[in-house]
Design a protein around this ligand. Structure first.
Ligand SMILES: Cc1ncc(C[n+]2csc(CCOP(=O)(O)OP(=O)(O)O)c2C)c(N)n1
Ligand SMILES: [Mg+2]
Length: 338
């Protein structure tokens, strides 16, 4: 690409508008992620879950909207705030909760914990704790998908803080050069630990990071799950059709602290309350009521089902066995000969 060429822009997606049942399913999935994490937070304070735990509460529309735009062959790679993405990609509430409890029935057999959820059977490729380090992995996954002609694309989630890492830039350069089928999604939740976006970067739209390498880029408000579905839909269509990678910035917000040990005192006064007005659950509930005439009774039944599924996940995790100590070194090194 030369400097006199116009920058490409992302067209609208060709996904049909979502119908009543489809939107109810997305609402249910967002609510389930939230309930599971609320119960995980409770278990954490009871010291039943140990180690790090980064909650996704407030950001559910990003994972769920993205999943609605993807096909099973698409492979997801993400950071440590990944409970919601794991569930949206197909990890069950039980397998997620059991992993947080460090139990053998967890998605990573209890050997990973909160930051290392992994389930190759649903093409959820983790869960990584080093900020930005997984972005090159996503480019590698995309390379593999391209060679194997599976029709799948790689989708890589990362935070606003990760968009300052060297490894991130290198991955962008190579992904664009090799026209890899990968969609980079920066979840700009306004904070990297306690540092707000305007204190960490002169540039506050991280999708503009794509400009320097000639990558199609777009920023959008991601509180509405239908908007996320549409914009990620457009991006995966672009990547799937062989046009190369896309970088999106999904503007979102985390309602909880960075991790369980963060009281989040760095927020401006009234900021959290203001942001809660755009809670993804509220937005979709309003749409369900206003456009699809979903009733109180329907929503109550849905909530009861979600509560039961989340409580069942806790019970399952509590009753599951811990991993056998003989498995301690499993998955550290490849088995001999492979
Ligand atoms: C290379 C590296 N540096 C620092 C850390 C410590 N750390 C963990 S999370 C985090 C902030 C990242 O923020 P962001 O990318 O915005 O993601 P968010 O937590 O908001 O989802 C930092 C600095 C780390 N894990 N890895
Ligand atoms: Mg952040």
């Amino acid at each position: 690409m030369t400097s006199d060429q116009a920058e490409p822009t992302l067209p609208s997606s060709s996904l049909p508008p979502i119908k009543r049942d489809g939107l109810l399913a997305l609402f249910r999935q967002m609510l389930l992620i939230r309930r599971v994490e609320e119960l995980a937070a409770r278990a954490y304070t009871q010291r039943k879950i140990l180690g790090f735990c980064h909650l996704y509460i407030g950001q559910e529309s990003v994972a769920v909207g993205a999943a609605a735009a993807c096909i099973p062959e698409d492979h997801w790679v993400t950071g440590y705030r990944e409970h919601g993405q794991a569930m949206a990609k197909g990890v069950s509430a039980r397998a997620l909760m059991a992993e947080l409890y460090g139990k053998a029935t967890g998605a990573s057999h209890g050997l990973g914990g909160s930051m290392h959820i992994f389930d190759a059977s649903v093409n959820f490729m983790g869960g990584y704790g080093i900020v930005g380090a997984h972005v090159p992995l996503a480019a590698g996954v995309a390379w593999g998908l391209k060679q194997r002609k599976t029709g799948g694309v790689a989708v890589c989630f990362f935070g606003d803080g990760a968009a300052h890492q060297g490894a991130f830039f290198e991955a962008l350069c190579l992904a664009q050069l090799y026209s890899l089928p990968v969609v980079f999604i920066c979840e700009n939740n306004y904070y990297a630990m306690g540092t707000s976006i305007d204190r960490q970067s002169y540039l506050t739209d991280m999708s503009l990071r794509g400009r320097g390498v000639g990558m199609v880029h777009e920023q959008f408000q991601a509180f509405d799950v239908e908007v996320v579905r549409d914009r990620v839909g457009a991006a995966v269509e672009w990547a799937r059709s062989g046009k190369g990678p896309v970088i999106l910035e999904a503007v979102t917000y985390r309602f909880r602290g960075h991790s369980m040990s963060d009281p989040a005192k760095y927020r401006k006064e009234g900021e959290l309350e203001q942001k809660k007005l755009t809670d993804p659950l509220l937005i979709t509930e309003h749409r369900l009521r206003d456009t699809f005439a979903v009733t109180d009774a329907e929503l109550e039944a849905l909530r009861a089902g979600v509560d039961a599924e989340a409580e069942d996940a806790v019970q399952f995790a509590e009753e599951s066995p811990i991993p056998d100590p003989s498995r301690l070194y499993d998955y550290i090194y490849a088995p001999n000969g492979s």
